[in-house]
Design a protein around this ligand. Structure first.
Ligand code: ZN
Ligand code: ZN
Length: 356
C-alpha cells in the first residue's frame, strides 16, 4: 500500500510501505476513506517532535472502513464505517478509568502518527479498537466527520470546557486557525454574550466572522484595547490560546478579567513568561491540556443532527494519492487560505468508503 512517511526533518514522501496487519487481538485494520493533515504534522516535519522516528507513517485523524479485527474486538466488525480518534485508549489504566484517555498509560494516548504508523495511508492499524474508533451514523459525511477526530474535541474540551465558558460570557479566542475556529463554533453552544477572535491573517479573521465571532482584531492593532473597550475595561471572562507561541499566551493573560479563565490549547515549542507579578492578585485560573476525546460521542451526535457545522472548516479536498500536494497547500496556509484540507472523502468517490 501507499503511505506518507516521515524521513527526518524536512523530508517525507508518499511511497510504498508494507500493509499493516493485526498484531494484538484488540487491533483493527481500517481502510482509510478520508484523512486530514494537522498543524501537529507540520511540527513533526519541522523536527519539533523528536520522538517521531524516521520511517513512521504520519497522521492521526481519519474516517474509514473496518476491514479486519483481532479476536478480542467486540464493538466493531468488518464493513463498519468508523471515525478513528486521534487518541487511543486502553480503557483499563488509571487515567482511562478517569476519562483522561489522552494520558493513557496502557499503550494508548496520542500514538497514531507519533509512536506508531498513522492514518495518512491507504490502511492503518488501530490498537485498542473498541475504545479508539467510533461507529459513524450513515447520515454523516466522511469529510464532516473527520473534523471530529481531533480538531473539534480538542477545541471543545481543552478550550471551551477547560475555560468554563458560560452563558453571557465574553470569550476572547487568540488564533483563528482550525482550532480557534472550532473553539468559536463550540463556544457558541453556551450562548456567550460575545466572541472576540484575534489573528494576524485577514482571511482567518473573515472565517472567524463567518463562523460566529462577533468582533475580530488584528493582533498588531491593540487587540487588548478592543477587549477592554468591549467589556467596560473588565477583560474577557475566558481567553482561549489557540496558537502556541509565547506572545499569544501572554496576550491571553493580559486580556482575561480578574477571576477569569485562560485555557491554553496551543502546542508550544518555546517557554512563555508567566507574569505572576501581575497575575497573583487577580484570581486567574490557567489550564493546559492534551485532548482526551471523552466528548467525541456527544459531538458526533450533534454533527449527525446538523447542530455542528464542522465541514465549514474544510477549504481544500484532494484524492488520497495527492498527499504531497495537499501538504504543500496546507503548509502555505497564509497564501493558499487553507484551513483544513481533506484527502479522500465522498467528493473523491473512487477512494471513498461506501455509506453504511
Ligand atoms: Zn491533529
Ligand atoms: Zn489507558
Amino acid at each position: 500500500m501507499k503511505g506518507f512517511v516521515f524521513h527526518g526533518p524536512g523530508q517525507a514522501a508518499w511511497q510504498d510501505v508494507p500493509d499493516p496487519a493485526v498484531k494484538e487481538p484488540t487491533d483493527a485494520i481500517v481502510k482509510v476513506g478520508a484523512v486530514t493533515i494537522c498543524g501537529t504534522d507540520l511540527h513533526i516535519l519541522k523536527g519539533d517532535v523528536p520522538e517521531v522516528r524516521p520511517g513512521t507513517v504520519l497522521g492521526h485523524e481519519a474516517v474509514g472502513e473496518i476491514v479486519e479485527v483481532g479476536s478480542d474486538v467486540r464493538t466493531v466488525r468488518p464493513g463498519d464505517r468508523v471515525l478513528i480518534s486521534c487518541i487511543t485508549s486502553c480503557g483499563r489504566c488509571r487515567f482511562c478509568r478517569d476519562g483522561s484517555y489522552g494520558q493513557c498509560r496502557g499503550g494508548g494516548g496520542w500514538i497514531l502518527g507519533h509512536r506508531i504508523d498513522g492514518t495518512q495511508a491507504e490502511y492503518v492499524r488501530v490498537p485498542c479498537a473498541d475504545l479508539s474508533v467510533h461507529a459513524l451514523p450513515a447520515a454523516l459525511r466522511s469529510e464532516d466527520a473527520v473534523l471530529l477526530a481531533d480538531i473539534f474535541p480538542t477545541a471543545y474540551e481543552v478550550g471551551v470546557l477547560n475555560g468554563h465558558v458560560r452563558p453571557g460570557d465574553t470569550v476572547a479566542i487568540v488564533g483563528a486557525g482550525p482550532i480557534g475556529l472550532a473553539a468559536i463554533v463550540t463556544a457558541r453552544l453556551f450562548a456567550p454574550e460575545r466572541i472576540i477572535a484575534v489573528d494576524l491573517v485577514p482571511a482567518r479573521l473573515e472565517a472567524a466572522r463567518r463562523l460566529g465571532a462577533d468582533a475580530v482584531a488584528d493582533v498588531r492593532e491593540a487587540p487588548g484595547q478592543l477587549v477592554s473597550d468591549l467589556t467596560d475595561e473588565l477583560g474577557a471572562d475566558v481567553a482561549i490560546e489557540a496558537v502556541g507561541v509565547p506572545e499569544s499566551f501572554e496576550l491571553c493573560t493580559r486580556v482575561v478579567r480578574p477571576g477569569g479563565h485562560v485555557a491554553n490549547v496551543g502546542v508550544h515549542g518555546r517557554p512563555a513568561t508567566l507574569h505572576l507579578e501581575e497575575l497573583w492578585i487577580r484570581n486567574v485560573t490557567i489550564t493546559t491540556g492534551l485532548v482526551d476525546t471523552y466528548s467525541t460521542p456527544t459531538l458526533l451526535r450533534m454533527a449527525a443532527a446538523g447542530r455542528l457545522p464542522t465541514g465549514l472548516l474544510v477549504t481544500h479536498t484532494f484524492p488520497l494519492q495527492q498527499m504531497e500536494e495537499a501538504y504543500e497547500v496546507f503548509s502555505r496556509a497564509g497564501e493558499t487560505g487553507a484551513l483544513k484540507v481533506v484527502l479522500g472523502g465522498e467528493q473523491h468517490a473512487e477512494l471513498a468508503v461506501p455509506a453504511a
